[in-house]
Design a protein around this ligand. Structure first.
Ligand code: AKG
Ligand code: FE2
Length: 367
């Protein structure tokens, strides 16, 4: 840290006079995405996120050189079970049952990783269900018992880590955990230990995070003062009453979880491997249908309501399809996940295609 940053930070805390910020800060409507490691310094992170205590997501470029991303993941982006079995099969790991609530957490058991992987494979084969419930490998302290050499590199932004520094001096514990599980596994609503901040990288797969700024959890308490176990339950779904910040974390991306922010985390289906489609392919798919419908509208011409011979659709259905595609595309272009996709080589540009669809609709007769 340079001197100027320290002066800035000290005056930030002097302003607070030892208190927590008096105003509960409003829930932001989006989370910043940090694209390029080269142009993002420790000071940038410190001033823009750590001090203001707001979350952010770092792109996968920040973890590109991690050994775990190279060795633990198959070319199709799934966990490499064979590699994990060969290297850690006999290691005993903690496993939580997500389907059973025990206070605001889940009961845990221990088993060798090879047993957990057998369960996981079977869970997938049985269409994501099992008589054993929904088991989530949580809080595996891989670094404590074996060498994590090369598996990850501590990002400079998190190099001031008092909890791990403390435990490392005592040599008894640490807060470096690995989580693994199929789609459907999740972590109930909580804030991290001692209201510490934390960070989390997806080695593979996707996670959905639900965030509440410090203090907002107060509005979620029940009549006994208890906090929710699951904020996705219907009573919390009214986003006006309980504004929640949702973040989707993709493979390789790193989430900064600020101090005192309550959160709940769900593992999602790996989109590419499960549905065989991702946003880029989805756009190509919409584009092909859109362009075919736009061509048909031109060919059929206004006033002609008969079925077109080459498509069997007819004008009305063609117009209907165009309005549906326009609606889907409009929601795609504003989706924060789509906005992260590099669309520079897309032809036409999504916004231009949307405009063409809207223009075509404007020239048709209203219903
Ligand atoms: O990934 C999860 O299931 C939970 C992660 C979490 O709560 C954290 O990193 O603080
Ligand atoms: Fe957490």
């Amino acid at each position: 840290m340079d001197r100027e940053t320290r002066v800035f930070a000290e005056s930030h805390f002097r302003g607070l006079r030892g208190r927590l910020p008096s105003k509960v800060c409003p829930t932001p409507d989006r989370v910043d995405f940090i694209e390029k490691p080269d142009s993002f310094s420790y000071t940038d992170f410190f001033k823009s996120y750590l001090l203001p205590n707001v979350p952010c997501v770092f792109s996968s470029a920040f973890t590109e050189d991690w050994g775990s991303r190279k060795h633990w993941v198959t070319p199709s982006g799934k966990p490499d079970f064979d590699y994990l079995l060969q290297n850690y099969g006999d290691v005993v790991v903690p496993v939580a049952n997500c389907g059973v609530q025990e206070y605001n957490s889940n009961p845990k058991e221990h088993m060798p990783l090879k047993d957990y992987i057998s369960y996981w494979k079977e869970f997938i084969q049985r269409d994501y269900s099992s008589p054993r419930g929904c088991l989530y490998l949580k809080d595996w302290h891989l670094c404590r018992y074996s060498s994590a050499e090369g598996l990850f590199t501590l990002p400079v932004y998190f190099s001031s880590d008092w909890l791990n520094e403390y435990w490392d001096t005592l040599d008894v514990d640490d807060y470096r955990f690995i989580y693994m599980g199929p789609a459907g596994t999740w972590s109930p609503f909580h804030a991290d230990i001692f209201r510490s901040f934390s960070w989390s990288v997806n080695i593979c797969g996707r996670k959905k995070w639900f965030f509440f700024p410090p203090g907002h959890e107060e509005a979620l308490r029940d009549c006994h003062g208890g906090l929710p176990y699951d904020v996705t339950a219907p009573e919390f779904l009214d986003s006006h009453l309980h504004p929640v910040l949702e973040v989707t974390q993709e493979a390789g991306e790193m989430v900064f979880v600020p101090s005192g922010w309550h959160h709940q985390v769900h593992n999602l289906v790996i989109m590419k491997s499960c549905t065989g489609i991702n946003f880029e392919e989805f756009y190509q798919f919409l584009k092909v249908i859109a362009e075919r419908r736009l061509l048909l509208v031109k060919k059929i011409g206004p006033g002609e309501l008969q079925c077109s011979e080459d498509s069997g659709l007819g004008l009305q259905h063609t117009i209907f399809d165009i309005s549906r595609i326009a609606e889907v595309l409009a929601s795609v272009v504003v989706n924060p996940d789509f906005q992260r996709v590099d669309t520079s080589r897309f032809l036409p540009q999504p916004e231009d295609l949307l405009q063409q669809l809207q223009e075509a609709l404007a020239t048709t007769e209203p219903l």
